[in-house]
Design a protein around this ligand. Structure first.
Ligand SMILES: Nc1ncnc2c1ncn2[C@@H]1O[C@H](COP(=O)(O)OP(=O)(O)OP(=O)(O)O)[C@@H](O)[C@H]1O
Ligand SMILES: [Mg+2]
Length: 238
């Protein structure tokens, strides 16, 4: 469903991702792991089409069509969703107002509101959080739940979560991962993570390891367990 063909990506003329190729398949869950600064967030931004992340060479194919030159909003409309490692705040706009605009012409406002309320309940998101300006004065863990709420309402095909498990408490992590697991049918998930914890609840089909901008190892769920035990250097060199 998503094909990366020898992509090299730079930021401010600094080459970060080097000749990366991978074919993500529909309906699968991928864990993307790697040391700090290895290029995981860069990969997420490159797939979403962030303009600061320049594709030097290569191409991206999504659902059979070339999306290499598509803007982020057009990629989002095709079904690519990115949850940021550090979600942005939107003063004066709450989650309903944001999603109502995003789904304009697709869903009527009442349906959007009902969906938000239903999913917020499942994710145990407090009512005042959905009424308040998005992510303004919101705790780190609450922001991550709001990211998942937006993903669930938008209903994309490809869901990229950049460290949704960072800064969330044990119960919130379970709630988040269980929700993902229950809603994974037909969806493709890219879970960027440092920890195996989230993968207990949502089992990855494949685990990819990025180091210094290159895909250096791939395996099944056991690879994440091994990484947790031994660390990247020992696992990659073995
Ligand atoms: N705007 C920027 N200008 C220069 N270098 C940048 C910029 N943004 C990111 N980088 C560099 O690109 C490299 C990859 O960063 P990236 O955020 O993709 O890493 P990551 O694997 O997501 O790390 P982490 O696990 O810490 O989130 C890092 O060395 C980072 O310093
Ligand atoms: Mg990152």
């Amino acid at each position: 469903m998503l094909q990366l063909k020898t992509i090299s990506v730079s930021i401010n003329k600094k080459l970060i991702l080097k000749n990366l190729s991978y074919h993500f398949k529909k309906g699968k869950v991928y864990a993307i792991m790697g040391p700090n600064g290895s290029g995981k967030s860069t990969l997420a931004y490159a797939i979403a089409g962030h303009p600061n992340y320049k594709l030097e060479v290569g191409s991206l194919k999504f659902e059979g069509s070339d999306v290499t030159n598509l803007s982020p909003d057009k990629r989002a409309k095709r079904g690519i969703f990115l949850s940021f490692q550090t979600p942005h705040s939107l003063a004066g706009v709450n989650v309903f107002q944001l999603l109502r605009i995003a789904l304009l012409g697709k869903e009527d406002p009442l349906t959007v509101k009902q969906k938000i309320e239903k999913i917020a309940k499942k994710l145990e998101i407090k009512k005042d959080l959905i009424e308040r300006s998005l992510n303004v004065g919101t705790s780190g863990g609450e922001k991550k739940k709001l990211e998942l709420l937006q993903a669930a309402v938008l209903d994309p095909k490809l869901l990229i979560f950049d460290e949704i498990d960072t800064g969330v408490d044990i119960d919130a992590l379970r709630t988040i991962a269980k929700f993902m697991s229950e809603n994974r049918y037909g969806k493709t998930y890219l879970l960027i993570t440092h920890y195996n914890r989230i993968l207990h609840y949502i089992k990855p089909d494949r685990v990819l390891v990025l180091m210094a901008g290159k895909l250096v190892k791939e395996g099944n769920a056991k690879l994440a367990v091994e990484i947790e035990k031994k660390g990247y250097k020992r696992v990659v060199s073995s």
